[in-house]
Design a protein around this ligand. Structure first.
Ligand SMILES: C[S@@+](CC[C@H](N)C(=O)[O-])C[C@H]1O[C@@H](n2cnc3c(N)ncnc32)[C@H](O)[C@@H]1O
Length: 271
């Protein structure tokens, strides 16, 4: 699935390095755009008091903290390869663990909620990972996966935005293996992993000048600029033009969607 990755290593290495100034703010812009939708879905799934939760690739921890503050869950284990942002703001009920979720020995226990947002799309061997995460769901619990869907395919009008987005997806795939092409298959992957009552939805936040999602993409292009240029599809001027376009009244484009898919582990038949 990510076999065409060249030499950029993994997420957080060639691109999106956590030590690079502003990386936490970039993740927070994405969180500002999507946290409301994520929390609404988690509430609708019944997540609430007493639940033990696992937040995979928790980033800056906005969802982990809102699970504790708003949903009133009992405990959140927030896991990330790099926990510097999570460690900055400890709160009661939040346990932080540095771990690579692709490691064969990653076995944090079982949870009523297992949640991963904007993580799996960057990782290889998606089917195996979804099966592994499904096994972490306790009977009666739920696995919730969110990742990006690209809406700048061949039928989208050519704009500075769509040109930059296409170059970005291609560049990220070539450097760190990011692959959003399989995200629409998540409902089937959850079902194949033995989960039940599987469903999914897509949210597309409006690209308004100065909005969190527009700032997120502008920042993301800056950080992946080298990978974008390496595709040969854009030059520096085209990336600059796309950033200006995003922040202008001329912008008329669809953001990437966030697909959220979920599936329940039967209370009667543990894995
Ligand atoms: C785009 S951020 C998403 C953060 C958060 N889930 C959110 O939606 O706001 C991806 C996160 O996944 C983490 N990550 C990437 N690969 C990982 C791995 N193999 N194991 C654990 N965490 C990983 C990164 O360090 C980063 O914090």
């Amino acid at each position: 699935m990510t076999g065409d990755r060249s030499d950029g290593g993994r997420y957080g290495e060639a691109v999106f390095r956590p030590e690079q100034a502003g990386e936490g703010e970039r993740i927070d812009f994405g969180a500002l755009a999507y946290d409301g939708v994520t929390m609404a879905r988690l509430h609708a799934l019944g997540v609430g008091p007493g639940w033990r939760c696992l937040d995979i690739g928790a980033g800056t921890g906005t969802v982990s903290r809102r699970l504790l503050d708003e949903a009133g869950v009992a405990h959140v284990l927030a896991v990330d390869r790099d926990v510097r942002f999570l460690a900055e703001r400890p709160v009661p009920g939040l346990e932080v663990r540095e771990a690579d979720i692709t490691a064969p020995d990653f076995a944090p226990g079982r949870f009523r909620l297992v949640h991963a947002r904007f993580v799996l799309m960057h990782l290889p061997d998606r089917e195996r990972l979804v099966r592994a995460l499904a096994r972490l769901v306790e009977p009666g619990g739920v696995l919730v996966l969110s990742d990006a869907v690209d809406l700048t395919g061949d039928r989208a009008p050519r704009t500075p935005y769509s040109t930059a987005m296409r170059a970005m997806w291609q560049g990220l795939r070539a450097t760190i293996g990011t692959d959003v092409s399989r995200v629409p298959a998540y409902p089937q992957l959850l079902r194949a992993a033995g989960l039940e009552r599987v469903a999914a939805e897509i949210h597309v936040p409006p690209l308004l000048p100065g909005s969190p999602i527009s700032r997120f993409w502008a920042d993301t292009w800056e950080r992946s600029r080298a990978a974008m240029l390496a595709t040969g599809q854009v030059d520096d001027a085209a990336v600059d033009e796309a950033i200006r376009y995003l922040d202008s009244e001329d912008c008329a484009a669809l953001a990437a969607g966030m697909l959220t898919a979920w599936g329940h582990r039967s209370a009667a038949r543990p894995a």
